[in-house]
Design a protein. Structure first.
Lengths: 260, 235
């Protein structure tokens, strides 16, 4: 078997490889390889000129252009504030229930999940500007903005209002932006006034909450995701995905893993 | 585990291509045979060792001129449609690039442009020519634009001037093609002597066309890439 035959056999293998990839980047890399093998085939067919052009255009320019395009479009951007157990940083990685659900969802769409951490109040603004696809991090269905589209709830939750602290420090009260800042404030016994969802409240209650007033907000709440208002079709896809997870008991397994 | 698999795959890939280079190192292009009239007469008539260039820049120069015209119109179309709506044009945002890309661009840009120039200038002697050499150079510019930011590269190429050069070259090629008429020959005929076979200054007008086409394709590739980047707002 000559080298030329090996290359010819490689062509359909690489073509099928690129077609069968779910991740777009892998597919594009497969196409670049296919192009290189094509160039080698041309070389063996005594057409070095064509081989050079194929390498320059097919393997280099086209692959490069695709990679640049994928950098912008091939990702699913989750914008959120940290919420323990839902989305949180742990040793340079982002882990949690929401991260795992959305990573699976992104894999199904052939996208890569990218998480951007912003202050909780900025989540809807970032979504509204179209800079992210999905908002998360302990979003409660009740308090959503009208501008975004919220998915169905996937996990029951509760809201707690935490307020108080030494009133003499009222002037020094800083604006809490990230959940980390709220925790920091409670740790330093500074005045706090925040409405926390169950996951955040559980994390906060590990600290010493004496001196703060804690009241449970009446009503039924559940966690959900927000979807960018420009992408109503993404909402129905995500809803269908959540429903499928719930039906197949996969959701129960995930919740058990992160919440117990 | 996954990491190890990727490393093994990369090593296999690189060694595979090294083997390919090794297998093809003794390869010297298509050999002429006496029973093929093109191969036998081509080199003698055109003065180009690379018969492919000999054919498309001498025997079939007429076709190649139209090919160049098609390329020019494609570039013009990209420019026209992507720059049409100036009001919606976002400002070009610079993304911080990873050190890997920046260093790779620094290291590779010189060699890539060098290879492009080599392919253009030696187009009549070895595989290559204006079209592929220009495209190789344009790819080098794209790499540079990705690493340094498109605006940095664009500032070095003054848009107005390169546009004039691009269309000027097309005009020069077309005028050059009808010069033989002044001397009583048919247009597109090669008046320069073929020269000594295998030397740099041989092949009559072929090297001149190669250089002109090479510059044109180089600029055209950059114009297309820059229009795309500019229209999208970022690279």
């Amino acid at each position: 078997m000559t080298a030329g035959t090996v290359l010819l056999l490689l062509l359909p293998v690489l073509a099928i490889f690129s077609l069968s990839q779910r991740r777009r980047l892998s597919a594009v890399i497969g196409m670049g390889l296919l192009s290189l093998v094509f160039a080698a085939t041309y070389l063996f067919s005594h057409a070095p000129d064509v081989a050079i052009t194929e390498t320059a255009i097919g393997a280099a320019l086209v692959t490069f252009t695709y990679v640049l395009a994928i950098r912008k479009t091939g990702r699913l951007v989750l914008v959120c504030d940290e919420a323990p157990r839902l989305v949180s940083r742990e040793g340079g990685k982002i882990v949690g229930l929401e991260e795992e659900i959305l990573a699976g969802f992104a894999r199904e769409l052939g996208l890569d999940l990218v998480v951007r951490i912003v202050p909780r109040d900025d989540v809807s603004a970032v979504l509204g500007r179209g800079e992210a696809d999905i908002g998360g991090g302990g979003i409660i269905g009740e308090v959503r903005d009208k501008a975004e589209l919220a998915t169905v709830g996937f996990l029951p939750s509760a809201l707690y209002r935490v307020s108080g602290g030494r009133m003499s420090d009222v002037k020094h009260r800083t604006e809490e932006e990230y959940f980390e800042d709220t925790l920091e404030a409670i740790r330093e016994r500074r005045p706090v006034s925040a409405t926390l969802d169950l996951a955040r409240f559980l994390a906060a209650s590990r600290l010493n909450l004496s001196g703060y007033t804690v009241e449970r907000v009446e009503g039924e709440f559940s966690y959900c995701f927000l979807v960018s208002p420009d992408q109503p079709e993404l909402l129905s896809q995500l809803n269908a995905y959540l429903e499928r997870l719930t039906k197949s008991n996969e959701m129960e397994r995930l919740i058990g893993r992160y919440m117990s | 585990m996954k990491h190890t698999a990727i490393v093994i795959f990369a090593i296999l890939l690189v060694s595979g291509f090294c083997m390919l280079l090794f297998l093809t190192s003794g390869y010297h292009g298509a050999r002429g045979s006496a029973d093929n009239p093109y191969l036998a007469a081509g080199a003698a008539e055109t003065g180009a060792v690379n018969l492919v260039t000999g054919i498309y820049l001498n025997y079939r120069l007429y076709d190649s001129l139209f090919e160049l015209l098609v390329f020019s119109i494609a570039v013009l179309g990209v420019r026209f449609y992507l720059n049409a709506d100036e009001s919606q044009k976002p400002s070009v945002v610079r993304i911080a690039e990873s050190p890997v890309v920046r260093i790779a661009a620094d290291l590779l840009f010189g060699p890539i442009v060098m290879i492009g120039l080599y392919l253009i200038v030696f187009g009549h002697l070895s595989p290559g020519g204006g079209f592929s050499g220009g495209a190789v150079g344009g790819t080098g510019l794209l790499l540079c634009a990705a690493a340094l930011g498109a605006e940095v590269v664009a500032r070095r190429f003054h848009e107005q001037i390169i546009e004039q050069i691009e269309w000027g070259i097309l005009l020069v090629i077309l005028l050059f093609a009808i010069v033989p008429v002044l001397f009583g020959y048919t247009p597109l005929s090669d008046l320069l002597p073929p020269g000594r076979l295998g030397t740099l200054l041989s092949g009559g007008t072929i090297p001149i066309y190669n250089v002109l086409i090479g510059i044109k394709v180089f600029i055209g590739t950059w114009v297309v890439i820059y229009s795309f980047i500019h229209h999208r707002g970022e690279i």
